[in-house]
Design a protein around this ligand. Structure first.
Ligand code: FES
Ligand code: FE2
Length: 375
């Protein structure tokens, strides 16, 4: 992993060199070259974190496209179809060089555009010797990929900014989880603030009844859904007291912002009565959560998350503790969501019954459905 040289401090996480999705390891066959569109494609999706791309390529299936991600000294970051055009070996089995990636079978060398630029022992390079490439950008230590709804589609915007990864007031850490569940079940979970009291009692939870009874608001602007909920004068949960010396009861807030490819979750607390605006300048505890939720396939998902906080001067291990407890918290979500998905197979076609806390998730699902139809 790469430690940033400026801005926020990142806590090391396990460097992950994943295996590709089971069905996709050997690249696209011609029949798969135009996969069915089941996601909104004309947008930036999270492909990974900057610190994941070191000297070795990463095989990663994103939105049903088996890709190889790599960083070469001359070309920078790149995403190509994970298939050599010679004999189909995954390019992720090869190695990164100064100018690009070299296939591990007979040594064809590809640049970041997917063009073959060298065939060992052969001068002429056929024009067809190339593979698909995808725009891959790095911003605030997040890798963003653009697939588009047309072959060779190019982005019409810059990737989203996420300044908290480079904000000197904050330190952060994170990880990537792999889910055996479709991505919208993770949207549902992140937009629903009430499960916190039941699923996360040991960390960020607190009193379940307080969570279920706390009033919340849902606002939709363009394709962004905001769910906010203040919880004034409540007992701080364990994670909060582990990293911040609260005096007693706290004024707590939860703000979730859904952006189709990622969610931003602002939470935190101040001592009760100290001020109720969520501002890092306040003398309180703040968590800035980044959640990239990227479909791997129709039924599996990559979940890229970080949490950033303003550490209390007396709690030098605050970020380490917060990241560890957040990892436990998100593992609790993973257990629930994967069990939920397995059970939907055991009871196929059964209707779900909505309750009051479903307002935010339902708005997000409507946005995704509309964009998937048009993107
Ligand atoms: S399979 Fe890649 S060079 Fe032969
Ligand atoms: Fe959760």
């Amino acid at each position: 992993m790469t430690t940033p040289t400026s801005g926020a401090t990142v806590i090391p996480v396990a460097t992950l060199r994943e295996s590709a999705g089971a069905a996709s390891k050997f690249g696209n066959s011609p029949a798969q070259s135009s996969p069915a569109v089941t996601f909104p494609l004309n947008r930036w999706w999270v492909a990974g974190f900057s610190w994941e791309l070191g000297d070795t390529p990463i095989a990663r299936t994103l939105l049903n496209r088996p890709m190889v991600l790599f960083r070469s000294p001359e070309g920078g970051v790149a995403a190509l179809d994970d298939r050599c055009c010679h004999k189909d070996l995954p390019l992720s089995c090869g190695s990164v060089e100064q100018r690009g990636i070299r296939c591990g079978y007979h040594g064809l060398l590809y640049d970041k555009s997917g063009t073959c630029i060298e065939i060992p022992g052969q001068e002429r390079i056929p024009a067809k010797a190339r593979v698909n490439s995808y725009p891959l950008r790095e911003r605030n230590q997040i890798l963003w990929v653009w697939i588009g709804n047309q072959p060779g589609g190019q982005p019409d915007t810059d990737p989203p900014e996420y300044a908290f990864h480079d904000d000197p007031r904050f330190q952060f850490g994170g990880d990537r989880y792999h889910y055996e569940a479709p991505y919208q079940l993770i949207h549902d979970n992140l937009l629903d603030l009430s499960h916190v009291g039941y699923v996360h009692q040991k960390t960020i939870g607190g009193n379940p009844t307080q969570h279920m009874n706390a009033p919340f608001s849902v606002n939709v602007v363009d394709n962004i859904v905001r769910v906010t909920r203040p919880m004034p004068n409540t007992a701080p949960p364990l994670t909060y007291t582990s990293v911040w010396p609260f005096k007693g009861l706290v004024d707590r807030w939860q703000e979730v912002e859904f952006h189709v490819s990622h969610l931003l979750i602002w939470t935190g607390a101040t001592d009760a009565g100290a001020g109720n605006a969520d501002s890092p300048e306040l003398n309180g505890f703040h968590i800035r959560g980044f959640h990239g939720v990227t479909p791997e396939t129709d039924t599996t998902t990559h979940y890229f998350w970080t949490v950033a906080t303003n550490p209390h001067p007396e709690r030098t291990d605050a970020v380490k503790v917060l990241v560890e407890q957040t990892a436990s918290t998100f593992n609790e979500d993973k257990v629930v969501i994967e069990a939920q998905w397995r059970n939907q197979h055991r009871f196929p076609g059964y209707a779900q019954v909505d309750i009051h806390i479903d307002a935010g998730p339902n708005r997000a699902r409507r946005i995704v459905a509309a964009l998937t139809a048009n993107d």
